[in-house]
Design a protein. Structure first.
Length: 644
């Protein structure tokens, strides 16, 4: 059995934090995956785990979560209707009690009516409590499942998605949009159902007492609903603008906090304060505008007018002797109760309408078409075999067919077990080669094979179990030193973690920390030096023990002594596996079996160090520019023609 398969988790987690654009999203994904504060009585659905659902409409997305729990959902609606009935019932009894009081005084029948009213009040409180609990169970479960589904979707989308979608937008959608949808469902939808049910029950009761009053209620409802809908239509664009400005406010805040050292170093505190103040004023203006619209656009006036006309009609019926005073009390009480229940209907409709906008933003992320399709089958791969780039061309997906190619017609073969140095100018395509080997992207043209197997036919998770990375922009989590080294291989023993740290020359400075391996690393590892972060990253890679090791300029921030010690550890780690190092270090170039030069997306030269010195003018130019080269060139004669 291959000893390199010791870690059950592989190194997929290392590749998931490759490059800065991906690491920016780790905080967002943590927020999205947060658990609900109150755990509902039912278990989470496995829908998001078993397969992805494609949502056609925002309404379908919102309703889908509720349909997963039909018993609780139907129960919540029924209990809301019961609560609406119990809202009206006590007022009917109150009217009857008034008539009893006028005709019989305070007698046994009146006392019985009073006790019945009290009983109905307790019944209303109980049903309202149970209905609220049922709604909370349904909606909190919906929110939890929605967060889990979004989290898994963001994790499963390839790097092409993260290249196109700004991390600040993901943060805004994850934190705000799901919360607004939850609020629109509970209390928004719950109160809307209760309001309409109360209005309908009140209309039926009043119709039984007076058809004229019933017609007044029926005639006023369409006008009230129309103006409530108009209110939501007018305010919705303002609320959408407010959400976008809040997104901008979040973006500005996040950018400043992440770059606080640069802000301080260049004395730009005042400029950043002014920028934040400008964005904050813009957000405040949108809130103020919404408040003005809410103040002047008042659909509740329709409800007040309907109540007034209905009450005046009831009063005329009392004067004519058609109904009793108790009946008039019933009419007035029912009208006021209906008003109280329906007064917030315009705001609730606005919440529901706005939630569809929020839902559309979410399903745009969920339904995003990923150009990288994971392999449906798991083919056997000889990870010790040759790595072949066969006429590979690649451009980063940005939604445009005119995007510049990062690699153009690149072909080379890396024999299995080779130590390879990858060099070239800035933006030449070196990091792109590593990303393609990790299958963060697929080639636009051509193919990449390992041991004769096309990487397109291998699941990405399998590739990242066998291909490890020490990234250039080191990302460390706000966890202990041990947890950072054992990330993705949490079951590793303390002895194996410490051994990996020793091989990466990190054990000495770790033991000097206050709590040793249990010392908490600050956010993004900012409490550590660049060299310390890189040594922890190398220790993490050594613990995972991959078959193919990729190093992206992993020793650029380390002093000469530490680099020498670390180089010995890396030599030991790379002696029995294929390794590719993006570097500008002289020692790495000399000790490599193969040097590959890529520049401006094209393969310039490939071969051993000594051969390239003789045959490649481009390589000699790079070589002569290295700080350590001057003395060595004096001892190495360069002959032969130059081949670019």
């Amino acid at each position: 059995m291959d000893q390199r398969r010791t870690c059950p988790f592989g190194v997929s987690h290392l590749s998931s934090i490759f490059a800065n654009v991906e690491s920016q999203r780790l905080y967002i994904l943590t927020i999205v995956n947060s658990k609900a504060i109150w755990k509902p009585a039912f278990e989470m659905s496995n829908m998001a785990i078993e397969g992805r659902r494609v949502y056609k409409t925002a309404t379908g997305y919102v309703a889908s979560g509720m349909r997963k729990h039909p018993f609780l959902t139907v129960g919540a609606f029924i209990l809301t209707l019961v609560s609406a009935l119990l809202t009206a019932w006590p007022f009917i009894v109150i009217g009857q009690a008034v008539d009893v009081l006028r005709t019989q005084g305070v007698g046994s029948e009146f006392v019985a009516q009073v006790w019945f009213i009290i009983l109905l009040g307790f019944a209303f409180l109980a049903s309202n409590f149970v209905a609220g609990a049922a709604w909370a169970a349904v909606i909190s479960g919906w929110e939890r499942d929605a967060r889990q589904e979004l989290f898994e979707s963001l994790q499963d989308h390839s790097m092409a998605f993260h290249d196109q979608v700004d991390s600040k937008r993901l943060l805004s959608v994850s934190m705000q949009d799901l919360t607004w949808i939850r609020i629109s469902l509970n209390p928004g939808l719950r109160m809307t159902v209760g309001s309409l049910a109360t209005y309908g029950i009140t209309t039926v009761i009043l119709w039984s007492m007076s058809q004229i009053i019933g017609l007044i209620m029926l005639g006023g409802l369409p006008f009230y609903l129309y103006f409530s809908y108009r209110y939501a239509s007018v305010v919705e664009p303002v609320r959408r603008a407010r959400a976008e400005r809040m997104e901008r406010l979040t973006s500005v805040s996040q950018e400043v906090f992440r770059g606080i050292e640069v802000v301080r170093a260049f004395g730009s505190e005042s400029r950043e304060k002014e920028k934040f103040s400008s964005v904050s004023r813009s957000y405040a203006d949108s809130v103020e505008r919404e408040g003005r619209l809410a103040a002047f656009f008042y659909p509740q006036l329709i409800l007040i007018l309907v109540t007034t006309v209905a009450f005046l009609n009831g009063a005329s019926l009392v004067s004519a002797g058609f109904i009793s005073v108790g009946a008039l009390v019933q009419i007035l009480s029912l009208l006021l109760a209906a008003d109280a229940q329906n007064f917030m209907l315009p705001r609730n409709l606005l919440l529901i309408r706005g939630s569809l906008v929020n839902a559309q933003r979410i399903i745009d992320l969920l339904n995003w078409t990923d150009p990288l399709v994971d392999a449906p089958e798991d083919r056997a791969v000889d990870w010790t075999g040759d790595i072949v780039f066969d006429d590979v061309s690649f451009r980063y997906p940005n939604g445009s067919d005119s995007a510049k190619y990062s690699l153009k017609n690149v072909s080379f073969v890396i024999p299995g077990g080779s130590r390879v140095a990858l060099i070239g100018g800035p933006g030449g395509g070196k990091t792109t080669v590593l990303k393609l080997l990790l299958r963060l992207y697929d080639p636009t043209v051509g193919r990449i094979t390992i041991g004769g197997t096309d990487l397109r036919h291998v699941p990405a998770s399998r590739i990242r179990e066998a291909v490890g990375l020490v990234e250039q922009d080191i990302f460390l989590f706000k966890k202990s030193v041990r947890e950072n080294i054992a990330y993705g291989c949490e079951e590793a023993s303390d002895e194996s973690v410490q051994e990996a740290a020793k091989r990466a020359q990190a054990d000495e400075f770790i033991m000097e920390m206050p709590a040793g391996y249990n010392t908490l690393v600050g956010e993004r590892g900012m409490t550590l030096s660049g060299g310390q972060r890189q040594r922890l990253a190398i220790a993490r890679a050594l613990l995972h023990n991959p078959s193919i090791l990729l190093l992206d300029d992993s020793t650029s921030a380390i002093d000469a002594k530490t680099e020498y010690l670390m180089r010995k550890a890396i030599d030991e780690a790379t002696s029995s596996r294929t390794s590719i190092t993006v570097t500008q270090r002289l020692r790495t170039l000399i000790e490599s079996d193969l040097v590959i030069i890529v520049d401006k997306g094209e393969l310039v030269a490939i071969g051993p160090h000594d051969e390239l010195l003789r045959t490649s003018a481009h390589y000699r130019l790079i070589f002569e520019g290295l700080p350590e080269t001057r003395k060595m060139l004096e001892a190495i004669p360069i002959t032969g023609g130059a081949v670019a």
